[in-house]
Design a protein around this ligand. Structure first.
Ligand code: ADP
Ligand code: MG
Ligand code: MG
Ligand code: MG
Ligand code: MG
Ligand code: MG
Length: 669
């Protein structure tokens, strides 16, 4: 969520006075950075994942599952752990883990390694001297260093990343799953015995009665939500300020309405009895009655419903700015496809939904547009990409076919500063928004040594892809972030989806693939990807001839509507699209993998392929089935506390190695 600065944030009316100042200086910082780094080239391709967790507190006597609000203590303990082991070379641990994955022995290694990596590596190396790292240089790759842990919006959430990026030679991919496993184990060690770090997209009963541990009340003045107590918000002042400022800028509470899934006994029309329609605590309480809460929908009124969801994000470093821009473009049409096969959110606020993903909810959760801006500004600042940014000749004008709001002053400033049209437009688009949080002690910045104002805007435009320029004073290069995926239950799945996207990005570059298609169609795909059971019920626009570089005016005609199965697994016709999995497999073969690597990576490709074909269920479908076939389910769309408890128990058992045919088939081991 960006860097956490200490200090005092300005309240909204006060901060408005500085908006143009922040924008102007943010652009100056960008220009300074651009001039310094435009010639920056990196020869190694680095990448890393971000995994988010919901810490659940189980009470087995009462059979309840709640979110645990101990984030601050847990992060403190994790920070101490990082500090304590930051000088340890982790490579022997990863080396043994990689060879023992999915076994009882791996469990033992994980437990011991997580508890004390220092004594454990010493013992490993004593027993097997060949494990000693012969890397004399300071280790900077994921397989050498302690993972890192970060705060997130919800006070029941955590985020972890590898301590350093992975490389992208095939062998590096074998460390990903172990790295993720070790991260979960380290977190588990800092929790109380009844707490579990679950990688689930949302807590299905978030915002119902009694969903937090400890108990809290939804009457907070920051979010003014009917359902979410302010106590679920991260205590760092940035987070409550973001929440309050979005509400104030918008001049009403955020409002997300997800269509309810109508089952046999769901009242129709559905007017939600759990909405306190007549509450009169804050002026915004009227919003619901005045049209913010729709009939037949699950109504949500607070940032936490979206920013309190977990996702799986990937950051790639390109070799230079141009390559980053090309990757940004080429991966943009892939974002809805990966959203579709990673779908994991079939219920919100205790009700089954007629949708399977978090995306529209999180977009609504930080939508700071006023009523009149709703007409002139087409999207929330959290939404899918609006324009392609590469100067590649294959980026034809007709692909950029949706309106792009931009700040004209910033655009002029960028053009005058020597930035080309496309990048200027992109940045002016990012800078069309207001800075959401300004710290009083951080307004004066030296534009040649700080990028705070730039990051203030770049990191609060939450689009499906993010273009990340190099940070100052570091060896990090031009990067792009892939942001659409929902988090999965297990490390196996999260590694599979991550490695798949990384290999696809390598294939795009090495085969010079062309996935350009009109942004309007990518947007349409983004909507369809979230539909209930999109795998079986929706088709997706797709450019089926990624090998052609023809600058042919009929390009749009080459987009066709396919199922996710056809896109990932290919069309069974002559000259049909071979499928993304086949493309990735071809790339894999060009790298001459050894048998071990091939076998390991093939598990990932098979999972992706089977999720897309429906041979394995998406997590959303699996959760939905679990709920609708639960003996206590009353066919009324309600996810009761009992059902929720059993579901969380079952997910915990899947994480801990339960074989699950419908989710994994035979791919997991
Ligand atoms: P965000 O800005 O989205 O919060 P994070 O800092 O949480 O990003 O995560 C960034 C990810 O990028 C991590 O997985 C990290 O390992 C990875 N990363 C770090 N340095 C590089 C680099 N030079 N190139 C690519 N990825 C990197
Ligand atoms: Mg995060
Ligand atoms: Mg992060
Ligand atoms: Mg960060
Ligand atoms: Mg309270
Ligand atoms: Mg991120």
């Amino acid at each position: 969520m960006g860097l956490l600065v200490l200090g005092t944030p300005l309240d909204w009316p006060e901060s408005e006075k500085f908006h143009d100042y922040v924008r102007e200086n943010g652009i100056k910082q960008f220009l300074h950075m651009y001039d310094n780094f435009i010639s920056k080239k990196q020869d190694i391709l680095l990448w890393g994942d971000e995994i988010e967790y919901i810490v659940v507190s189980m009470n087995d006597n009462q059979k309840t599952a709640r979110v645990s609000l101990r984030q601050e203590q847990i992060l403190k303990a994790l920070g101490d752990y990082e500090e304590r082991f930051k000088h340890i070379d982790f490579s022997p641990i990863y080396a043994v883990l990689k060879n023992t994955r999915c076994s009882k022995r791996a469990d033992a290694i994980l437990s011991e390694a997580a508890a004390n990596p220092s004594t454990f590596t010493e013992r490993l190396v004593k027993e097997n001297p060949s494990l000693a790292s012969n890397n004399e240089a300071i280790p900077f790759r994921a397989q050498f260093v302690v993972p890192t842990f970060h705060p997130e919006y919800g006070r029941y959430m955590l985020e972890s990343t590898p301590g350093a990026p992975y490389g992208s030679v095939l062998k590096d991919f074998l460390f990903v799953e172990c790295n993720m496993l070790l991260r979960r184990k380290i977190i588990e060690n800092q929790l109380l015995p009844h707490e579990h770090p679950l990688t689930i997209t949302n807590f299905l009963r978030l915002g119902t009665n009694h969903f937090t541990d400890p108990e809290t009340k939804a009457d907070g003045q920051t979010s003014r939500s009917f359902f979410l107590p302010d106590d679920i918000i991260n205590t760092h002042v940035r987070f409550p300020t973001l929440t309050a400022n979005i509400r104030q800028r918008r001049q009403r509470k955020v409002a997300m309405n997800v269509p309810i899934f109508f089952d046999k006994n769901t009242p129709k029309p559905f007017r939600d009895p759990t909405v306190p329609w007549d509450r009169d605590l804050y002026p915004e309480d009227k919003n619901a009655k005045e049209g913010a809460a729709l009939e037949d929908h699950i109504y949500m009124d607070s940032m936490g419903f979206g920013m309190g969801c977990c996702c799986l994000q990937l950051t790639f470093q390109a070799k230079d700015c141009d390559e980053a821009r090309l990757l940004y473009d080429q991966l943009t049409p892939i974002t809805p496809l990966m959203l579709g096969i990673s779908a994991g959110t079939p219920a919100f606020r205790g009700y089954l939904a007629e949708q399977d993903c978090r995306w529209s909810v999180i977009a609504g959760a930080v939508d700071d547009r006023t009523k009149s801006e709703m007409e002139s500004v087409p999207k929330s600042r959290y939404d899918s990409v609006d324009m392609y940014i590469s100067n590649d000749p294959r980026n034809l004008p007709e692909y950029n076919d949706v309106p792009v709001v931009s700040n004209e002053g910033c655009y002029e400033q960028l053009i005058k500063g020597g930035i080309d049209e496309k990048l200027s437009k992109h940045m002016a688009h990012i800078f069309a928004r207001d800075p959401l949080v300004i710290f009083s002690d951080n307004i004066q910045q030296d534009n040649s040594t700080s990028n705070g104002h730039f990051e203030n805007l770049n990191s609060t435009n939450w689009q499906s892809m993010r273009f990340k320029p190099p940070p100052l004073n570091s060896s990090i290069g031009w990067r792009v972030e892939f942001r659409s995926m929902e988090i999965q239950f297990t490390e196996f799945e999260n590694a599979a989806y991550s490695v798949f996207v990384v290999m696809l990005s390598r294939a795009i570059l090495s085969f010079d693939l062309n996935f350009y298609m009109p942004i309007s169609l990518v947007d349409e795909n983004m909507v369809n990807a979230q539909a209930r059971d999109a795998i079986h019920r929706k088709k997706f626009w797709f450019r089926c001839n990624p090998f052609s570089n023809a600058e042919n005016p009929l390009e749009r005609g080459q987009c066709r509507q396919l199922t996710l199965d056809q896109i990932f697994n290919g069309e069974q016709t002559e000259n049909g699209f071979p499928g993304l999995v086949q493309i990735v497999r071809s790339y894999l073969y060009t790298c001459n993998p050894d048998a071990e690597t091939l076998c390991s990576l093939d598990r990932y490709l098979r999972l992706v392929s089977k999720r897309a074909s429906g041979k394995c269920l998406t997590e959303a479908s699996w959760i939905r089935n679990f709920i609708t076939t639960h003996p206590l389910y009353k066919q009324d769309s309600v996810v009761s506390p009992e059902i929720n408890y059993d579901l969380i128990k079952r997910i915990t058992s899947i994480i801990n190695g339960e074989r699950n045919e419908s989710l994994f088939n035979d791919c997991r081991c």
